[in-house]
Each structure stands twice: as C-alpha cells, then as structure tokens.
Ligand binder design. Structure first.
Ligand SMILES: Cc1cc2nc3c(=O)[nH]c(=O)nc-3n(C[C@H](O)[C@H](O)[C@H](O)COP(=O)(O)OP(=O)(O)OC[C@H]3O[C@@H](n4cnc5c(N)ncnc54)[C@H](O)[C@@H]3O)c2cc1C
Ligand code: SF4
Length: 331
C-alpha cells in the first residue's frame, strides 16, 4: 500500500472545505477502500474519514418513508425493528451480506459504492481489464465468466455489481440525497450505477466530491410483503450467484403490484419491469411464480460458464414470490 494522509471531518461543511482545498477521498468503514488500496487498484493519497459527522448515523421511521443516514452500519440497519417490520427485504439483504464483523464496520453509503469482485479486476495487473486500466481489454470476455453478468454487459466489460443492499433498494424505488460542489440533490438508486458501455471504469453518476447523506425508502403495504432471496456457493460470507428482491401487494389472492429486482447477474442492480407487468392482475401460485421467474430471465445473455444462473435465478425469483405472498397474507 502506498503512503497516504488521513484526516477527520466533523461536519459536512468541514468535509466540503477539505475536499474543495485538497480533493480528499471519502473514507467511511474502510472495508472496501482499504482492500482496494492494498490491491493497488485505488491509490488515493489523501483520505478524509467522515464517520465522525453527526446526524448521519440514524434511522428515522416516518409514516410513509424510512430514512437511513449514510453512516448507519449494515448491522444496525439489519437489526432495526422498523426495518424488520416495515421493509424486511432491506433487513434480509443486509444480514445476508458479508460477515458480522464486516457489517459492524461497513456503512450503508459505502456499501452502495463497493466495486466489482471480478477476479481479473482484483488479481493484479497481469490481466487486461478495462475497468482497472481503461483501454487495456477485458480478460473475462474470453476467460472464466462463471460469476459474470447475464444482463447489462458490453463488449468492454461484463462484471457483475456485487452488492445486495442496492438491489433491495431498487426494488422499493429508493433514492439517495447527495451533497457536493453541485449542491444538494436527489438521485434514484436505480440511476446511481451506470451501465459499463465503453467506459466501465466510470461506475456511478456521482462526482468525485459528492457524498451520499441519506438513503430514503418509500414504505407501505408493498414493502411490508417483501423478501430478499440470495443464492450463493456457501450459506454465509459469500457474494450472490443470483439474488431476487421481491415485493408484492395482493388483494384476495390477486397481484395488485409487484416489484422484482435481481442481484449477482447484472452489471448494476437490475429491475425487471416486464416480469412485474406479467404478474400484475394474476392469482399467484407456484406455477405462476415459476413462469414469472422464467420471464424474468427471458432477455438474459449468457456467456460460456454462467448459463446455469438462468434456471437457478428463475427458481430463486419463484421462491421469493412465494415467500412475499405468504407475508402479504399474514399481514
Ligand atoms: C470479504 C468481504 C465480503 C463481502 N461480502 C459482501 C456481500 O455478500 N454483499 C454485499 O453487499 N457486500 C459485501 N461486501 C462489501 C461490504 O459490504 C462493503 O465493503 C461495505 O459495505 C463498504 O462500506 P464501508 O463503509 O466500509 O465503505 P468504505 O470502504 O469506507 O468506502 C467504499 C467506497 O465508498 C466511498 N464512500 C463511502 N461512504 C460514502 C458516502 N457516504 N458518500 C460517498 N462516497 C462514499 C468511499 O470513498 C469508497 O470509494 C463484502 C466485503 C468484504 C471485504
Ligand atoms: S469483466 Fe470488467 S472488471 Fe472484469 S476483466 Fe473485464 S473489464 Fe475488467
């Protein structure tokens, strides 16, 4: 790791002043950033620790919205009674991510901005990787693509967005409030991450000096009957092979509204409006759930080693729909 300077900001204004003067990089829990610095993928020479900024470590439960400060830890959010009761998909996405030790350190804002786990990206400079070194090529296109994307890939990059929390947020139409030199503004979480196109190293729509302050999630009947179903190589401490964030509103057994988002299979959190529309107005049973699960993957573009995720993903979506339907009936 190269040497770097470390400072702490105690308020947003102090952070703004530091960034305007020196362009320091934001450090939250450090569980991603330090990792990437050790791998020499990220080489910032100035870090500003934002974990002391007051007021961003709270969860507020409003009648129609949950507001999460960006510095809330993953473990605090996963265990919060209002989150468990009003939006279980969020609590489950967080509690099924990483390990307890990591969740105790890692923040909700930092989680959104984690980078891909593509082994070619992370494992040294011997492989071409457009995300790591723009213009160098993509080793995964002709290499091992078992963990790579079925949706949203390009001829420059097929790396999966690895996080769980963002997938659940996209299912619930969440937004983030952001502050930087452009002032304060709000971004849909669904628009936060960019498709790779021919610039896969540019991963989000944030400017380098912008900080996520809050994550706001609309909650109502739909969010209450929700779940996050994550399939992985082992039952804990592993990224998703495929995951499904699902929310349902049923009326007398018929689907009034549905939300389906996928993780582990796309270059960014992946909402599937066609499958949601295909489910609306129908009575939900296991056969319909599986049909919709297959519909969810209708546009998948598998490579050489990741085609198995299509059948696996269809089953995961079907299972998630049945869990959400049960929750809707028990409400
Ligand atoms: C072994 C391992 C397993 C993991 N497994 C999973 C998993 O299964 N599922 C999953 O979802 N995640 C997983 N993770 C990722 C983990 O959840 C993230 O590392 C963590 O959430 C990042 O949060 P942080 O606060 O530590 O971020 P940091 O490392 O501090 O920062 C990460 C990035 O975000 C930027 N940043 C941080 N906060 C803000 C903010 N508020 N505004 C703007 N920029 C900001 C930083 O500059 C940096 O670029 C795993 C990580 C590890 C190391
Ligand atoms: S898939 Fe993306 S991250 Fe992986 S090697 Fe190709 S360009 Fe790099």
């Amino acid at each position: 790791m190269q040497t770097f300077t470390y400072s702490r900001a105690r308020s947003i204004n102090e952070l703004r002043a530091v960034q305007a003067a020196t362009g320091d990089r934001i450090l939250a829990g450090g569980t991603t950033l330090y990792d990437l610095m050790k791998l020499r993928i990220e080489t910032p020479d100035r870090l500003v620790d934002v974990t002391g900024i007051a007021g961003l470590d709270e969860i507020i439960s409003h009648p129609d919205e949950l507001v999460f400060g960006a510095l809330v830890t993953m473990s605090d959010a996963a265990a919060h009674p209002a989150v468990l009761q009003r939006a279980p998909v969020l609590a489950e996405a967080l509690s099924k991510a990483a390990s307890q030790q990591l969740r105790n350190m890692a923040t909700l804002g930092g989680n959104l901005l984690q980078r891909t786990r593509c082994a070619y990206f992370r494992n040294g400079t011997e492989y071409p990787c457009n995300k790591r070194t723009p213009g160098s090529g993509c080793a995964a296109l002709e290499g091992l693509d078992r963990g790579h994307a079925l949706f949203g890939g390009s001829g420059s990059c097929i790396a999966v967005y690895p996080g769980d929390w963002a997938v659940a947020l996209v299912a619930l139409d969440a937004v983030v409030d952001v502050r930087g030199s452009r002032g304060t503004h709000t971004i849909d979480v669904a628009s936060l991450h960019r498709l790779p196109g021919d610039t896969p190293h540019v991963e989000t729509v944030l400017e380098p000096d912008e900080m996520i302050l809050n994550i706001r999630v609309p909650v109502g009947r739909l969010a209450q009957a929700s779940t996050y179903h994550k399939i992985r190589d082992r039952e804990s401490y592993a990224f998703a092979l495929v995951s499904a964030a699902v929310a349902l509103e049923l009326e007398e057994g018929f689907v009034r509204q549905a939300r389906i988002a996928l993780g582990g299979v796309a270059t960014r959190p992946w909402r599937v409006p066609a499958a949601e529309a295909g489910l609306t107005g129908r009575r939900l049973d296991r056969a319909t759930a599986l049909e919709v699960g297959r519909m969810t993957f209708a546009d998948a573009r598998p490579g050489r080693h990741n085609g198995f995720k299509i059948a696996l993903g269809a089953e995961a979506v079907a299972d998630a729909l049945m869990i959400a339907a049960q929750r809707s009936e028990n409400r």
